[in-house]
Ligand binder design. Sequence first.
Ligand SMILES: Cc1cc2nc3c(=O)[nH]c(=O)nc-3n(C[C@H](O)[C@H](O)[C@H](O)COP(=O)(O)OP(=O)(O)OC[C@H]3O[C@@H](n4cnc5c(N)ncnc54)[C@H](O)[C@@H]3O)c2cc1C
Length: 598
Amino acid sequence: MTIEVAGERPDVDVVVIGGGVNGAGVARDCTQRGLRVAVFERNDIAFGASGNNSGMIHGGPRYLTYDPHVTYSSCLDSGHIQRIAPHLLFRIPFLMPVHTEGRTPKLSLTLLDAFFDLYDKYQPLKHGKPHARLTAEELQQLEPGLAGRTVGGVSFDEWGIDGVRLCVGNLVDAAEAGAEVRVHTTVTEILRREDGSVNGVRYRDLLTGQSGQRTAKVVVNATGAWAPLTAGLGGLVADQARIRPGKGIHVFFDRRLTNYAIAVRAIDGRQVFLEPWQNMSVIGTTDTDYYGDLDDVVATTAEVRYLIQAVARVFPAILEARAIGTWAGVRPTIYDWGPDPDGLSREHAVVDHEPHGAAGLYSMIGGKLASYRMFAEAMTDAICHRLGVQKASRTHLTALPGGEELVDPIALAEDAQIEPIAGARLEYRHGARSLRIVERLARDRREAAVVCPCEPVLEAEVRYVIAHEWAQTVEDVSRRTRLGVGACGGMRCAARCGAIVAQMTGRSPLDGQRMALDFLEGAARRRMAAVGPLQARQEALSLASIRAELGSPRSIERPSGNLGPTGLGPSVGPAPSDDERRANKERPVADKERGAAE
Ligand SMILES: Cc1cc2nc3c(=O)[nH]c(=O)nc-3n(C[C@H](O)[C@H](O)[C@H](O)COP(=O)(O)OP(=O)(O)OC[C@H]3O[C@@H](n4cnc5c(N)ncnc54)[C@H](O)[C@@H]3O)c2cc1C
């Protein structure tokens, strides 16, 4: 059945609300199947769970006990993601020690060994290695920092990924196939016809304050934990797109402390881990029901202590290591009353709101990063069915931008005359597209300047993500490049980055300073629970004095994700101030010096 409203050609076929991995995945699949798409993201790409998870494209061995289908589909889709974005995956071998304190440690080890025999059957799907049973001595050799007496343990194989880069890649691909992508743009209303069917959305750009609307045949609510609030924007009740939001936090350390990830039990028996991830170490994660503001999720000291306590019992050196930050996200888990959050299913579901009177509106509920592509395919199948499009998904066959071919990072660094580490990090994030960034250096050698020494990030990459990946603030650049995430917390790079962003987006140098300060304040706030009260107080004081000197408000007014005074949906934040209106009047203006080249 083809839906065409008499006398009305909608602006696009599909509006996608949400720039997380599910929204990005649907946008890509829809454009590949010939549909016209517009994507709206109220914060930034991967601002939600997709940029704040454990960074693993894994099968989740623990789901084998109660949700084997999740393990199967995650492993299968991990294999697909590996094919389409080989540059983004990195191996994380895990160790799981079995301590002698339990009542039957040898039996526990035998059972664990048998359990991983079963997991091994799924490993080929994601090109993982089979597990190994290890003696206590072997464990100790592999990770000399392990403490406590063990009877041995097992190793198993997983893959790490940068979730932000995965989202950006999907959206870049969609945009190159014609999709309109708007970030910092919140959907404020889902439009309905008299018969209840949806016909588009109203939106507001939070940077410029400009509002508008896009008519569409189908609207996809891909807003993760925000899904019930978003459904409210179309007059539905929260129950019709219900989730059970679960908060999870991670603490990260300034370097890689181990060669292997280590899975350990927390005080309540939950499994948590210490993992080497990119160029740092991460411990995670918690899983607790969440009732707070979705646009402002931060780790608490209690959550940090819980994780450190668990890891220190097995890897005491964590107590001496330098924690430099935290991140926190909210899982959009399928609603269920009763199980503890850890025990909730990680399945996904496409909810068609036609039975709720809103034909053409769909919500994507639940899921995992590891199976996002499959979820997006199921969502796009439903859209195509509605619109009478008969094209199958090819997203598992076609490379994401940068994934077309592998680039040798050492050769890349030599050709570009940059440090090997800078070349390797660039190649990791952009794959074959790193060559485009390197081309910029040939045009203008000044762009070889290192903006963020911790990561490191070159000026060329900062400019590239502003020009080609919708970065509009320092925080956006950081999300895409990891600028300012290292030990200095952005103190060495935020100001320079702010100046570049301001210049390229036609804003004033003062705006650049404000953006840098916004970033530093946000990072300090996220760091607070990890660094302790003394450092947190000092940071707060110095940042407050800079803020007072600049005498300016934050550069973006964030909307609140809370239910708002009506209890029906999110408020959309205050209108921009006169200052902001003035500052944004000229936007978008190309970079005066180099804009033409972008
Ligand atoms: C702590 C934690 C650890 C996890 N670890 C893993 C893991 O290791 N492996 C794995 O496979 N999965 C993991 N997950 C699960 C995975 O991250 C999520 O299932 C997935 O990222 C959800 O993606 P999403 O696109 O549905 O939601 P999100 O990524 O949350 O995106 C929703 C987006 O919608 C936007 N939005 C909201 N309202 C509006 C509006 N009105 N207008 C426009 N935009 C709007 C938000 O700003 C947000 O960016 C983890 C999750 C968490 C929280």
